[in-house]
Design a protein around this ligand. Structure first.
Ligand code: 2AM
Ligand code: CA
Ligand code: CA
Ligand code: CA
Length: 281
């Protein structure tokens, strides 16, 4: 029983239970879904599974905490403007759940087995619980503010690499391709010769969980939203890593261009992005 992993704290237990139930359901729909359409362009997909998963998450959270606010990707119109408007509407709520029901929709659609459910809880604007669940590997990443981060009961720790040259890192292309294409290319071009290699596996939340688990030493991506980052940011912080925006400012709910590392490589990583002109849009 996953609830036992991190004690009996009810917020965490609900986050874990919700993420694993929803993830299992998503997994059961792999290769068996329809009403696929594109949101913005052929790069930006949404399925009935994204919608169904968010509905399920809202129901499970509200069963336990009917007064809590929920910000979820599928409750918001596409595009960065609608996203920041939606965030400012709820950011002063005492309890705010920040949810990406299916992070890695493109992977899910193509049967590329790398996607996740991401659920965070903020109390007075500060994230106190973060859960990322990958149903394909049945991996559940859990963090509680001040109490560490765990993968199936085992405490996670970021990697120890001190140099970019020893580091495996990751990035991503947001679906809204033109928006950040040039900046992404500049970043990849600048970092590629400096690091061991770069991965681009298609789920921001899972990339962050992998930084927390020490499987990646760093991750950056431009043009994300609060629900892509919130849970993963706490995972990285509670595993001893560092999370900022790509310009080096501290992580907060409105960060959209994120840089998360093990710590030791953070400054040189950030310098490289900065020098390449890859941090701003
Ligand atoms: P999604 O699968 O939940 O949509 C891939 O690089 C990452 O970008 C994924 O986390 C993906 O989340 C996210 N993403 C996809 N479409 C996006 C868009 N239009 N704007 C910003 N991020 C997006
Ligand atoms: Ca999406
Ligand atoms: Ca997402
Ligand atoms: Ca999503």
């Amino acid at each position: 029983n996953n609830d036992a992993i991190i004690g009996s704290k009810s917020f965490t237990a609900v986050a874990i239970n919700t993420a694993s139930k929803t993830g299992q359901w998503i997994q059961s729909k792999l290769g068996d879904f329809n009403s696929l359409h594109t949101k913005f362009s052929s790069h930006d997909l949404v399925t009935e599974v994204d919608k169904g998963a968010e509905k399920m998450i809202r129901k499970l959270i509200h069963t336990h905490f009917p007064t809590h606010a929920i910000l979820g990707e599928e409750g918001v119109a596409p595009g960065p403007k609608a996203a920041s408007a939606a965030l400012s509407q709820v950011r002063d709520e005492e309890y705010l759940w920040i949810v990406d029901p299916l992070d890695g929709t493109t992977n899910f659609v193509h049967g590329f087995p790398f996607f996740s459910v991401s659920i965070a809880l903020a109390y007075q604007g500060e994230i106190i619980v973060g859960v990322v669940y990958n149903p394909v590997h049945d991996e559940l990443f859990v963090a509680e503010k001040g109490k560490g981060a765990y993968l199936h009961g085992k405490r996670m720790q970021v990697s120890a690499e001190e140099k970019l040259s020893d580091s495996l890192i990751a990035t991503g292309f947001p679906a809204d391709r033109e928006f950040a294409l040039v900046e992404n290319m500049k970043g990849i071009q600048a970092l590629s010769p400096q690091v061991r290699n770069i991965r681009m596996a298609g789920s921001a939340a899972l990339h962050l969980a992998y930084v927390a688990a020490g499987r990646l030493s760093g991750f950056w991506e431009i043009g994300l939203n609060a629900w892509d980052i919130a849970a993963g940011a706490l995972l990285v912080q509670e595993s001893g890593g560092k999370v900022t925006d790509t310009a080096g400012n501290p992580y907060g709910l409105d960060v959209r261009h994120v840089l998360a590392t093990n710590g030791p490589i953070h400054q040189s990583f950030q310098d490289s992005l900065e020098q390449a002109g890859a941090t701003a849009l």
